[in-house]
Design a protein around this ligand. Structure first.
Ligand code: CA
Ligand code: CA
Ligand code: CA
Ligand code: CA
Length: 264
Protein backbone atom coordinates (compact mmCIF):
# COMPACT_ATOMS: atom_id res chain seq x y z
CA UNK A 1 0.00 0.00 0.00
CA UNK A 2 2.73 2.37 1.08
CA UNK A 3 4.76 1.43 -1.95
CA UNK A 4 1.88 2.21 -4.37
CA UNK A 5 1.30 5.55 -2.65
CA UNK A 6 4.93 6.45 -3.17
CA UNK A 7 4.69 5.45 -6.85
CA UNK A 8 1.53 7.58 -7.25
CA UNK A 9 3.22 10.49 -5.54
CA UNK A 10 6.29 10.19 -7.77
CA UNK A 11 4.10 10.02 -10.86
CA UNK A 12 2.29 13.14 -9.66
CA UNK A 13 5.61 14.99 -9.24
CA UNK A 14 6.77 13.81 -12.66
CA UNK A 15 3.52 14.95 -14.29
CA UNK A 16 3.77 18.31 -12.56
CA UNK A 17 7.31 18.79 -13.78
CA UNK A 18 6.37 17.85 -17.34
CA UNK A 19 3.30 20.14 -17.25
CA UNK A 20 5.27 23.07 -15.88
CA UNK A 21 8.06 22.69 -18.41
CA UNK A 22 5.56 22.53 -21.30
CA UNK A 23 3.87 25.83 -20.40
CA UNK A 24 5.31 28.91 -22.01
CA UNK A 25 6.83 31.46 -19.64
CA UNK A 26 7.87 35.04 -19.99
CA UNK A 27 9.21 38.18 -18.40
CA UNK A 28 7.45 41.51 -18.19
CA UNK A 29 9.43 44.41 -16.79
CA UNK A 30 9.15 48.14 -16.33
CA UNK A 31 12.10 50.26 -17.41
CA UNK A 32 12.59 53.98 -17.40
CA UNK A 33 13.86 55.47 -20.67
CA UNK A 34 16.37 57.51 -18.64
CA UNK A 35 18.84 56.64 -15.84
CA UNK A 36 17.26 59.33 -13.63
CA UNK A 37 14.27 61.64 -13.77
CA UNK A 38 13.68 65.27 -12.76
CA UNK A 39 10.74 66.72 -10.84
CA UNK A 40 7.99 68.22 -13.02
CA UNK A 41 9.57 66.80 -16.22
CA UNK A 42 7.50 63.98 -17.81
CA UNK A 43 9.33 60.76 -18.63
CA UNK A 44 8.24 57.46 -20.10
CA UNK A 45 8.16 54.07 -18.50
CA UNK A 46 8.57 51.23 -20.97
CA UNK A 47 6.64 48.00 -20.61
CA UNK A 48 9.03 45.35 -21.92
CA UNK A 49 8.12 41.74 -22.67
CA UNK A 50 10.41 38.86 -23.56
CA UNK A 51 10.26 35.08 -24.04
CA UNK A 52 6.54 34.69 -24.52
CA UNK A 53 4.64 32.57 -27.05
CA UNK A 54 1.16 33.20 -28.50
CA UNK A 55 0.68 36.47 -26.57
CA UNK A 56 -2.79 37.88 -27.19
CA UNK A 57 -3.51 40.19 -24.26
CA UNK A 58 -1.91 41.83 -21.28
CA UNK A 59 -3.47 43.37 -18.16
CA UNK A 60 -2.09 44.72 -14.90
CA UNK A 61 -2.40 47.44 -12.32
CA UNK A 62 0.54 49.83 -12.06
CA UNK A 63 0.90 50.73 -8.40
CA UNK A 64 2.79 53.94 -7.64
CA UNK A 65 3.21 56.42 -4.80
CA UNK A 66 0.90 59.31 -5.69
CA UNK A 67 2.90 61.65 -3.44
CA UNK A 68 5.99 61.05 -5.66
CA UNK A 69 4.50 60.54 -9.12
CA UNK A 70 1.51 61.46 -11.18
CA UNK A 71 0.18 59.98 -14.39
CA UNK A 72 0.60 62.34 -17.36
CA UNK A 73 -2.88 63.46 -18.36
CA UNK A 74 -3.70 63.63 -22.09
CA UNK A 75 -6.62 65.91 -21.40
CA UNK A 76 -5.94 68.16 -18.39
CA UNK A 77 -9.06 70.21 -19.21
CA UNK A 78 -11.39 67.56 -17.76
CA UNK A 79 -11.68 66.24 -14.20
CA UNK A 80 -10.94 62.66 -15.19
CA UNK A 81 -7.32 61.66 -15.88
CA UNK A 82 -6.79 60.30 -19.39
CA UNK A 83 -3.42 58.51 -19.07
CA UNK A 84 -0.92 59.26 -21.82
CA UNK A 85 0.18 55.92 -23.27
CA UNK A 86 1.72 55.06 -26.61
CA UNK A 87 1.36 51.59 -28.01
CA UNK A 88 4.37 49.66 -29.24
CA UNK A 89 4.33 47.49 -32.34
CA UNK A 90 4.08 44.16 -30.52
CA UNK A 91 0.43 43.24 -30.16
CA UNK A 92 -0.58 45.09 -33.32
CA UNK A 93 2.19 43.38 -35.34
CA UNK A 94 3.59 46.54 -36.86
CA UNK A 95 0.21 48.23 -37.26
CA UNK A 96 -1.46 45.33 -39.12
CA UNK A 97 -3.81 44.11 -36.36
CA UNK A 98 -6.60 45.84 -34.48
CA UNK A 99 -5.95 46.20 -30.78
CA UNK A 100 -7.76 47.60 -27.79
CA UNK A 101 -5.83 49.58 -25.23
CA UNK A 102 -7.58 50.94 -22.16
CA UNK A 103 -6.01 52.68 -19.17
CA UNK A 104 -7.56 54.59 -16.31
CA UNK A 105 -6.98 55.43 -12.68
CA UNK A 106 -8.54 52.79 -10.45
CA UNK A 107 -11.69 54.25 -8.82
CA UNK A 108 -10.62 57.55 -10.45
CA UNK A 109 -8.09 57.86 -7.63
CA UNK A 110 -4.32 58.42 -8.05
CA UNK A 111 -2.04 55.56 -6.92
CA UNK A 112 -3.16 52.72 -9.21
CA UNK A 113 -3.32 52.77 -12.99
CA UNK A 114 -5.40 49.94 -14.49
CA UNK A 115 -4.04 48.82 -17.86
CA UNK A 116 -5.58 46.45 -20.40
CA UNK A 117 -4.27 45.75 -23.89
CA UNK A 118 -5.41 43.03 -26.25
CA UNK A 119 -5.54 41.98 -29.87
CA UNK A 120 -8.94 41.73 -31.45
CA UNK A 121 -10.73 39.09 -33.51
CA UNK A 122 -9.73 35.67 -34.74
CA UNK A 123 -6.00 36.14 -34.71
CA UNK A 124 -3.16 34.08 -33.37
CA UNK A 125 -1.02 35.47 -30.59
CA UNK A 126 2.44 36.93 -31.00
CA UNK A 127 5.68 35.08 -30.35
CA UNK A 128 8.33 37.14 -28.62
CA UNK A 129 11.90 36.09 -27.90
CA UNK A 130 14.15 39.17 -27.55
CA UNK A 131 12.90 42.01 -25.29
CA UNK A 132 10.38 44.33 -26.99
CA UNK A 133 8.59 47.44 -25.79
CA UNK A 134 4.86 46.84 -25.87
CA UNK A 135 3.83 50.28 -24.59
CA UNK A 136 5.15 53.49 -23.05
CA UNK A 137 3.41 55.04 -20.06
CA UNK A 138 4.09 58.69 -19.27
CA UNK A 139 4.48 59.93 -15.72
CA UNK A 140 5.58 63.13 -13.99
CA UNK A 141 7.79 63.05 -10.87
CA UNK A 142 6.59 65.38 -8.11
CA UNK A 143 9.24 65.16 -5.37
CA UNK A 144 12.89 64.08 -5.27
CA UNK A 145 14.10 60.81 -3.76
CA UNK A 146 13.71 57.15 -4.68
CA UNK A 147 10.28 55.93 -5.65
CA UNK A 148 9.07 52.40 -6.37
CA UNK A 149 6.57 51.23 -8.97
CA UNK A 150 5.14 47.74 -8.84
CA UNK A 151 2.50 45.65 -10.60
CA UNK A 152 -0.60 43.90 -9.25
CA UNK A 153 -3.45 41.86 -10.79
CA UNK A 154 -1.05 41.03 -13.60
CA UNK A 155 -1.85 38.55 -16.35
CA UNK A 156 -0.81 37.60 -19.87
CA UNK A 157 -3.34 35.76 -22.04
CA UNK A 158 -2.76 33.56 -25.08
CA UNK A 159 -5.05 33.35 -28.14
CA UNK A 160 -7.21 30.71 -26.38
CA UNK A 161 -7.65 33.20 -23.51
CA UNK A 162 -5.62 30.94 -21.23
CA UNK A 163 -3.31 32.56 -18.71
CA UNK A 164 0.33 32.34 -19.72
CA UNK A 165 1.82 30.84 -16.57
CA UNK A 166 5.20 31.31 -14.91
CA UNK A 167 5.58 34.86 -16.10
CA UNK A 168 7.89 36.98 -13.99
CA UNK A 169 6.87 40.61 -13.55
CA UNK A 170 9.45 43.14 -12.43
CA UNK A 171 8.74 46.56 -10.95
CA UNK A 172 11.24 49.38 -10.86
CA UNK A 173 12.90 51.81 -8.43
CA UNK A 174 13.34 55.32 -9.84
CA UNK A 175 15.81 58.01 -8.81
CA UNK A 176 14.19 61.43 -8.89
CA UNK A 177 16.28 64.61 -8.62
CA UNK A 178 14.79 68.01 -7.88
CA UNK A 179 14.66 70.43 -10.82
CA UNK A 180 16.10 73.14 -8.52
CA UNK A 181 19.03 74.78 -10.34
CA UNK A 182 20.40 77.46 -8.01
CA UNK A 183 23.54 78.22 -10.09
CA UNK A 184 21.58 78.53 -13.33
CA UNK A 185 23.76 76.19 -15.43
CA UNK A 186 20.79 74.13 -16.67
CA UNK A 187 21.66 71.10 -14.52
CA UNK A 188 19.72 69.93 -11.46
CA UNK A 189 21.77 70.78 -8.35
CA UNK A 190 20.89 67.43 -6.80
CA UNK A 191 22.19 65.65 -9.91
CA UNK A 192 25.41 67.70 -9.84
CA UNK A 193 25.94 66.82 -6.19
CA UNK A 194 25.15 63.13 -6.79
CA UNK A 195 27.73 62.98 -9.63
CA UNK A 196 30.46 65.46 -8.62
CA UNK A 197 29.83 66.04 -4.90
CA UNK A 198 29.20 69.79 -5.39
CA UNK A 199 27.55 72.27 -7.76
CA UNK A 200 30.79 74.06 -8.74
CA UNK A 201 32.65 71.30 -10.61
CA UNK A 202 30.17 71.16 -13.48
CA UNK A 203 29.25 74.41 -15.19
CA UNK A 204 27.44 75.20 -18.43
CA UNK A 205 30.45 74.51 -20.70
CA UNK A 206 32.78 72.38 -18.53
CA UNK A 207 33.78 68.92 -19.78
CA UNK A 208 34.98 66.93 -16.76
CA UNK A 209 36.05 63.80 -18.67
CA UNK A 210 37.31 65.71 -21.76
CA UNK A 211 35.38 63.51 -24.18
CA UNK A 212 33.94 66.33 -26.34
CA UNK A 213 30.56 66.36 -24.59
CA UNK A 214 30.11 69.15 -22.07
CA UNK A 215 28.78 68.12 -18.66
CA UNK A 216 25.54 69.91 -19.54
CA UNK A 217 25.31 67.99 -22.85
CA UNK A 218 25.88 64.66 -21.05
CA UNK A 219 23.12 65.62 -18.61
CA UNK A 220 20.74 66.42 -21.51
CA UNK A 221 21.61 63.23 -23.38
CA UNK A 222 20.94 61.18 -20.23
CA UNK A 223 17.61 62.94 -19.68
CA UNK A 224 16.64 62.28 -23.30
CA UNK A 225 17.42 58.57 -22.87
CA UNK A 226 20.11 58.71 -25.56
CA UNK A 227 23.01 56.28 -25.93
CA UNK A 228 26.37 57.27 -27.41
CA UNK A 229 27.36 55.95 -30.90
CA UNK A 230 28.87 52.86 -29.20
CA UNK A 231 25.55 52.14 -27.48
CA UNK A 232 26.76 53.14 -24.01
CA UNK A 233 24.88 55.30 -21.53
CA UNK A 234 26.30 58.79 -21.17
CA UNK A 235 28.51 59.21 -18.11
CA UNK A 236 29.99 62.64 -17.26
CA UNK A 237 32.89 60.88 -15.49
CA UNK A 238 33.80 58.41 -18.25
CA UNK A 239 34.66 59.06 -21.88
CA UNK A 240 31.82 58.45 -24.36
CA UNK A 241 32.24 57.58 -28.02
CA UNK A 242 32.46 60.66 -30.30
CA UNK A 243 29.72 61.73 -32.72
CA UNK A 244 26.56 61.75 -30.56
CA UNK A 245 24.24 64.68 -29.78
CA UNK A 246 26.18 67.83 -28.97
CA UNK A 247 29.59 66.30 -29.60
CA UNK A 248 32.26 68.94 -30.20
CA UNK A 249 35.56 67.75 -31.57
CA UNK A 250 38.42 69.04 -29.45
CA UNK A 251 40.49 71.47 -31.52
CA UNK A 252 44.11 70.32 -31.67
CA UNK A 253 46.68 72.70 -30.19
CA UNK A 254 47.97 74.82 -33.10
CA UNK A 255 51.56 75.97 -32.83
CA UNK A 256 51.53 79.78 -32.98
CA UNK A 257 52.84 81.08 -36.33
CA UNK A 258 55.55 83.25 -34.73
CA UNK A 259 57.11 80.14 -33.16
CA UNK A 260 57.30 78.56 -36.63
CA UNK A 261 58.94 81.74 -37.92
CA UNK A 262 61.48 81.65 -35.09
CA UNK A 263 62.69 78.23 -36.19
CA UNK A 264 62.53 79.00 -39.88
CA1 CA B 1 22.86 73.52 -11.34
CA1 CA C 1 27.06 73.83 -11.50
CA1 CA D 1 32.16 65.06 -20.96
CA1 CA E 1 31.29 61.14 -20.82
Amino acid sequence: MKQSLIICFNLFILNTLITVSAVSAGTVSLESNTPFVITNHPFSLELIIEDTADLYGIAFDLVYDDASLQVQDNDPGTAEVEPQITEGTVLNSNNTATTFLRAALKDKTPGTLVYGHTRSGDLSGVNISAPVTTARLFLVPLISGTTMLSVAEETLKDSEVNTILDTVWNGIALTVYSELDSDGDGMSDEWEIAVFGDTQTAEATSDYDSDGYSDYQEYLNMLNGEKDPSGNTYDPEAKNAPGGSGYVKNTPNIVPIYLLLLFD
